[in-house]
Design a protein around this ligand. Structure first.
Ligand code: ZN
Length: 86
């Protein structure tokens, strides 16, 4: 083993960051609920692996995405536990 422990989030597999839409550029819209995101409101940018693009989500939708991610992590953990104990 070498280097830092890899993380499934925040690597080339896709990363997310909180960004301000800013005064420049087009108005953004949440990819999921299609709410228009104001320029003064923080939103979440998730890069799309294998492309130069990204998806923008409002905080509410990102919370749901995090919940789904957590559920997946929990299920992975549940599958892993017996293997660690063995
Ligand atoms: Zn949304």
């Amino acid at each position: 083993m070498r280097g830092p422990t890899p993380c499934l989030i925040g690597t080339t597999l896709g990363s997310c960051s909180f960004v301000m839409p800013g005064a420049r550029g087009p108005l953004r819209e949440c990819k999921r609920c299609h709410t228009e995101l104001g320029r003064a409101k923080k939103c979440v940018e998730v890069t799309v692996p294998g492309s130069l693009g990204h998806k923008t989500y409002c905080p509410g939708c990102f919370a749901k995405i995090l919940d789904a991610t957590q559920a997946k992590l929990n299920s992975l953990r549940a599958d892993l536990e017996p293997l660690l104990a063995a």
